[in-house]
Design a protein around this ligand. Structure first.
Ligand code: 13P
Length: 287
């Protein structure tokens, strides 16, 4: 059931668990995530970066595919179709395409410009019944060419953006997209605590979910994180399972070259990863 992310995140924040945002790349990814959410009776957010949207030929295609798949698979759990790290123009494209949620990442602008653009997009998104995420303090690492240095957000700025009426707030707390380097200092819980104190009931978003140790995830949830983004980990699971299939020569046996067979181990591996995350985040049975 396609919905905005507002209600599911409000419930998650109140219930002290987090909803997973899993980024999609193609039909197999989308199907694996939707089926797992349904099987576990969990709400879910499908994240689409601008790069992935382009890869799938455009946001219209993505929205049409997700809507049709939601229907054809008989999905009854709440599903939000969300633009991940959207630009100002990208947000408008997704609003038109029929997404149910957007993220405007204005973290690279001066705070005044971030506020101005976020405010405008909050009004437009809400008029369309969509939810909107904003960002303060850039997330480290690289995702689809968007590079962030990984600074910690200023809690006072977080409050300024939260007060604009966004539905969820991404704030840098030392998190990084992709694999964490061996010398990573870990999440700054001091920053997270200060942000939650300033922003109160606002559902906070933890980007860079791949590779964050379980105890840190649990602590982040206890300090107000209600949405956790995972992308790279599904890619690595898919890659590992596909590699095993090919290295075992299975693609050379019988009809093992059939794409439905060749992509099946990877799709199953994504399901297993999503299941592990939903269990860790506490969203199972919360649909
Ligand atoms: P990872 O790729 O590190 O899991 O990060 C995902 C993310 O934050 C998407 O916005």
């Amino acid at each position: 059931m396609l919905v905005s992310a507002t209600e599911m995140l409000k419930k998650a924040k109140e219930g002290h668990y987090a909803v997973g945002q899993f980024n999609i790349n193609n039909l197999e990814w989308t199907k694996s995530i939707l089926q797992t959410a349904q099987e576990l009776n969990s709400p879910v957010i499908l994240g689409v970066s601008e790069g992935a949207g382009k890869y799938m030929t455009g946001f219209n295609t993505v929205a049409a595919m997700v809507k049709a798949m939601d229907q054809d698979l008989g999905i009854t759990v709440p599903v939000a179709l969300h633009l991940d790290h959207g630009t100002y123009d990208g947000c408008y494209k997704c609003i038109k395409a029929g997404f149910t949620s957007i993220m405007f990442d204005g973290s690279h602008y001066a705070i005044e410009e971030n506020i101005e653009k976020t405010k405008e997009l909050v009004a437009v998104a809400h008029a369309m019944g969509m939810s909107i995420e904003a960002e303060v303090g850039s997330i480290g690492g690289e995702e689809d060419g968007v590079v962030g240095m990984g600074e910690c957000a200023d809690p006072a700025e977080c409050k300024q953006i939260a007060d604009l009426g966004v539905d969820m707030l991404a704030a840098g707390i030392g998190n990084i997209h992709g694999k964490y380097p061996a010398n990573w200092a870990g999440l700054s819980f001091e920053t997270l605590d200060a942000i939650q104190q300033k922003t109160g009931v606002m559902p906070l978003v933890l980007h860079g979910g791949t590779g964050i140790p379980e105890d840190m995830i649990k602590k982040a949830i206890s300090l107000g994180v209600a949405k956790i983004n995972v992308n790279t980990e599904c890619q690595l699971s898919f890659q590992e399972a596909t590699r095993k299939y090919v290295e075992a020569g299975k693609d050379l046996e019988g009809k093992g070259f059939d794409p439905r067979k060749l992509l099946a181990p990877g799709a199953e591996a994504i399901k297993a990863t999503v299941k592990t995350k939903m269990e860790l985040f506490g969203s199972v049975g919360k649909a």
